[in-house]
Write a protein that binds this ligand. Structure first.
Ligand SMILES: NC(=O)C1=CN([C@@H]2O[C@H](COP(=O)(O)OP(=O)(O)OC[C@H]3O[C@@H](n4cnc5c(N)ncnc54)[C@H](O)[C@@H]3O)[C@@H](O)[C@H]2O)C=CC1
Ligand SMILES: O=C(O)C(=O)Cc1ccc(O)cc1
Length: 308
């Protein structure tokens, strides 16, 4: 089978970049993978893991002659990468990213992109709490959604090519505008991470319960939060700063709803508590029914209700 791309350049080779490298190699999607990252130490590790065919700390060098460039760095580093690569991109290259926020990444990158390339921002809704080149694994994107946020005037052929790249990795692809993406992700991903960071921080600050008791008796509820709260601090600091408005809106809603629950508990309003818990239980059922329960043993297989 012929490769979909001759040369794919991966800028940033942490969890997402290295997972992409594993799959591009495994599925033969490129004749050559070029790996670029800022630190020489990370680059050396990527080479030891045989994630690419060529390695460089110069992003400008790495993108020369690339057909597809995928930027997988913390969202706050997007502008510096865009500036670095702008001068060496060849005509027709598709430039994309995987950042967890989209409006800010577009604002940082788009102005620097020469008119002869196709810049289309994207976000695979797949990951773990781990980071770095050792954290990646083949199959991360299988059965998961990838959201593309094309702009007015985005070339439909380039969009189709990028879509089929993600589909080749086993992802399902949706398109939406960047602002809407940022709102949706603020509630389904960013707020849960902030709640996790906060609850684990609260437990850490308690004077009347010791740290060893928290660890010893942590039922799965708390344990699930500690997994999310172990996520990369640089990445999540950047998400907070670069999806500020949507996150603040969701935090305000969350605080109001928490106050409602607090009041119901204070006044012994069992019916209100019961009604809320019944409603939320149904959401979990819908996730399972939609084939989005990633912990299920058959996750990633095409869902029977999904039209191919
Ligand atoms: N971790 C996750 O579960 C997911 C992360 N994302 C997004 O993917 C992007 C990458 O995240 P991870 O791979 O998890 O992070 P990571 O921390 O594992 O890797 C980041 C990589 O970027 C490199 N880097 C940082 N600044 C750079 C710069 N200025 N120039 C070149 N390389 C630079 C680092 O050396 C490292 O190789 C982030 O934007 C994140 O929001 C998207 C989906 C899931
Ligand atoms: O580890 C988890 O549960 C995640 O939620 C991973 C994740 C983190 C950030 C994203 O933008 C998308 C997915």
């Amino acid at each position: 089978m012929t490769a979909q791309f001759n040369r794919i350049t991966l800028i940033g080779i942490g969890l997402i970049g290295s997972s992409l490298a594993h799959d591009i190699k495994r599925l033969g999607l490129a004749n050559e993978i070029v790996v670029a990252t800022r630190s020489a130490e990370t680059l050396k590790r990527a080479e030891e893991l045989k994630l690419g065919d060529r390695y460089t700390t110069s992003s400008a060098e790495a993108v020369k002659d690339a057909d597809l460039v995928i930027v997988s760095v913390p969202v706050g580093a997007s502008e510096s990468v865009a500036k670095e690569i702008a001068g060496t991109l060849k005509p027709g290259t598709i430039v994309t990213d995987v950042g967890s926020t989209k409006a800010s990444v577009i604002a940082q990158m788009q102005p620097h992109m020469p008119s002869h390339v196709h810049f289309i921002a994207g976000h695979p809704i797949a990951g773990t709490e781990k980071s770095g080149p050792d954290a990646g694994f083949p199959g991360l994107f299988q059965g998961r959604w990838c959201i593309l946020t094309p702009l007015e005037g985005t070339d439909p052929v380039a969009l189709k090519t990028l879509r089929s790249f993600w589909e080749a990795l086993g992802s399902r692809v949706d398109e939406m505008d960047a602002q809407h993406h940022d709102k949706v992700l603020a509630i389904v991903s960013h707020l849960p991470h902030l709640i996790a960071y906060n609850i684990v921080g609260t437990a850490d600050d308690l004077e009347t319960v010791t740290e060893s008791e928290v660890i010893k008796y942590s039922a799965s509820g708390f344990r699930d939060f500690t997994r999310l709260a172990a996520s990369d601090p640089t990445m999540w600091r950047d998400v907070c700063l670069h999806n500020r408005d949507a996150i603040l809106e969701m935090l305000a809603r969350f605080s109001e709803d928490l106050a409602y629950l607090q009041r119901a508990i204070r006044w012994g309003e069992g019916d209100k508590i019961f009604e809320l818990f019944t409603r939320t239980r149904a959401i979990r059922r819908s996730i399972v029914q939609a084939g989005q329960d990633v912990d299920a043993p058959d996750f990633g297989r095409p869902h029977p209700l999904e039209k191919k």
